[in-house]
Write a protein that binds this ligand. Structure first.
Ligand SMILES: [Zn+2]
Length: 96
């Protein structure tokens, strides 16, 4: 299993009539956790550093901005070495 850490949160003041209520936001976060998690597990199931035999570690930051009602998702990757990081980025950027 991959090491994936999620940090999903809401930024900004909720508008008086939010597009998504608290419960729907939680649902959206849960859905993001599930789909991103599944996609990473699939892509990196057999990928470890050839030199150090280490798997990559991921931190996914997702910030839902109340003002524009959009979610910004960023991937942070931690690897044993620079060379493996390049490999991981290639895999990450491949279409699922
Ligand atoms: Zn390495």
């Amino acid at each position: 299993m991959l090491d994936i850490d999620f940090d999903l949160r809401v930024d900004g003041q909720a508008p008086a009539e939010p597009f998504l209520d608290r419960y729907e936001l939680e649902q959206m976060f849960e859905g993001a956790r599930r789909s991103i998690g599944a996609s990473l597990q699939r892509k990196f199931a057999n990928i470890v550093c050839e030199e150090h035999a280490q798997a990559p570690r991921f931190k996914i930051t997702g910030i839902y901005d109340n003002a524009i009602e959009e979610m910004d998702i960023q991937y942070h990757v931690d690897t044993c070495c620079q060379r493996f990081l390049l490999r991981v980025m290639q895999v990450l950027n491949k279409r699922a």
